[in-house]
Design a protein. Structure first.
Length: 161
């Protein structure tokens, strides 16, 4: 006997599928990601990708006004610290002042970059958070869209070793 769904069940299924899609793995960008992080730091200095080499790294692309980003960034920082990985946050929208405020509010120890649109365009960052987990060579091993939980990030960092 075929399964029949009413309008309410179809809507529920659509919502569940839409929500699940926000957390899915994405195609992994090619090349040396660490070398492409050319945005300036909050101190208007060029970013040195050296600390992103030799061990896994988490790169979180975010907007200062995104609540999902604000939720994920401290989790990513905690995972990076506990797993001996590096981390960098790249604000791809918003002002430097907003990024500075978020960095202070979250007590970030990771470098914070403010993109001028170059990285947003290069990686087609249309939704955030967009998170890349890099291997020791600076190449992406995992790509995620949507806020990731601690376990997912921990597994991705472990796999990137």
């Amino acid at each position: 006997m075929p399964l029949r769904c009413g309008p309410a069940q179809l809507i529920l299924c659509a919502l569940l599928l839409t929500g699940a899609g926000c957390r899915k793995h994405l195609p992994i960008p090619e090349g040396d990601i660490a070398a492409t992080l050319t945005a300036k730091t909050l101190q208007d200095q060029p970013f040195d990708p050296g600390p992103l080499r030799g061990k896994p790294a988490i790169v979180v692309f975010a907007w200062p006004t995104c609540p999902h980003c604000i939720k994920e960034i401290p989790i990513a920082q905690q995972v990076a610290t506990q797993e001996g990985a590096s981390m960098v946050v790249v604000f791809v929208r918003g002002s430097k002042a907003a990024a500075t405020q978020i960095a202070a509010d979250l007590k970030l120890s990771a470098p914070v970059l403010v993109d001028d649109g170059t990285l947003r365009n290069r990686y087609a960052v249309n939704a955030v958070p967009y998170t890349l987990v890099l291997g020791p060579d600076g190449h992406a091993r995992e790509a995620f869209r949507g806020a990731q939980d601690e376990g997912t990030l921990r597994d991705a960092v472990s796999d990137a070793r």
